[in-house]
Design a protein. Structure first.
Ligand code: PHE
Length: 343
């Protein structure tokens, strides 16, 4: 009997479970109802009573050993359900769904890259701003309508104008911070999210994104501004793009202008996007008002500069012909999917 037990022990130790079929074969061979271990238990009947205990223990040990081997083989196979012989290296991989960058992020990067090429750095600042950086340093008079609750989201509305804290209404606030902290020459763009208290519609939202630019040095002229914007328009919308400047007003620039690009959709022939004018408005700009330079500690007799600001949504709208601003923030996968590279 002892010999038999040892033989079966050796046999089951040597048995190599390399596949699901082998596993089943092993189970039937040793642990099945007609298996070798079971058979030994029936032999136990013929063992004299005084030896029963000893053999019983040996047999139980053998059965446990057989069971443990089965369990651990099962476990190591569970990775492939015990069905496959081995890892199938020729099996096609599972497709991992890849996301795409948001259209605003794509356009933002493109704008940054265009200005990087002519030496502009990127600067960022807080979205919650004090009155000084968002309004006062930019020459907004205390009674300016932008300081009205109707236009601006206030976080803390102090008794005095200087105490007010709001969500920034433009990234010009970042430019004030740069002027305060750096010495000219300054050449920087500030991309970021801005907030305005507008009813949400296809054409307006309570937040949007801007890129504003600032260039300050000795002898910077309006011609430099015009040339820089022409360069930008051609890089962004194509070599044949033209620009047109119309006089405008901003508290922080003098003179100020609004810039249109020739309609890239109809080649300036007239379409519903350019409202049959052949031109599309894309940004505001002007020469930095000397008051603004002085407020930030820059000598306006030595230095001059220009600034410009554009909405990223607007540029993306023209580039991708998105006609409803709300699409940018609804996160509808059907909209976002269209910006996957190669689609
Ligand atoms: N800050 C202006 C706006 O938000 C844009 C602008 C920037 C205009 C710089 C002129 C110069 O509308």
């Amino acid at each position: 009997m002892k010999e038999k037990i040892n033989k079966i022990r050796e046999e089951l130790e040597e048995f190599k479970i390399t596949s699901g079929e082998k596993l089943e074969e092993y189970r039937i061979k040793f642990l099945g109802s007609k298996g070798k271990v079971k058979a030994l238990f029936s032999d136990l009947k013929s063992i004299p009573a005084e030896n029963k205990k000893e053999f019983g223990q040996l047999l139980n040990g053998l059965r446990q050993l057989a069971q443990d081997k089965l369990d651990s083989a099962k476990e190591s196979m569970s990775g492939n359900n015990g069905k496959n012989d081995q890892l199938d290296l020729s099996r096609p991989g599972d497709q991992i769904p890849i996301g795409s960058r948001h259209p605003l992020s794509l356009v933002r990067s493109e704008i940054i890259e265009i200005f990087n090429r002519i030496g502009y750095t990127v600067s960022e600042g807080p979205e919650i701003e004090d009155d000084w950086h968002n309004f006062s340093a930019l020459n907004f008079p205390p009674e300016h309508p932008a300081r009205d609750m109707q236009d601006t989201f206030f976080i803390a509305k102090g008794d005095k104008v200087e105490e007010q804290i709001s969500l920034r209404t433009h990234t010009s606030s970042v430019q004030v911070r740069v002027m305060e902290n750096e010495k000219p020459p300054i050449r920087t763009i500030s991309p970021g999210r801005v907030y305005r208290n507008e009813a949400i519609s296809a054409r307006a939202h309570c937040f949007f994104h801007q890129v504003e630019g600032l260039y300050i040095d000795k002898d910077v002229s309006f011609a430099d501004l015009k040339q820089t914007l022409l360069y930008f328009a051609k890089e962004m919308f194509g070599e044949n793009t033209q620009i047109r400047l119309r006089p405008s007003y901003f508290p922080f620039t003098e003179p100020s202008a609004e810039v249109d690009v020739s309609c890239t959709i109809c080649n300036s022939e007239g379409c519903n996007v350019c409202k049959y004018t052949g031109w599309l408005e894309i940004l505001g700009c002007g020469m930095v008002d000397p008051n603004v330079l002085e407020s930030s500690g820059i000598d306006s007799k030595t230095y001059s500069g220009f600034a410009f600001g554009m909405g990223i949504e607007r540029i993306a709208q023209l580039k991708y012909r998105v006609n409803d601003l709300r699409l940018y923030s609804e996160n509808d996968i059907r909209f976002l999917k269209q910006f996957t590279p190669g689609m």
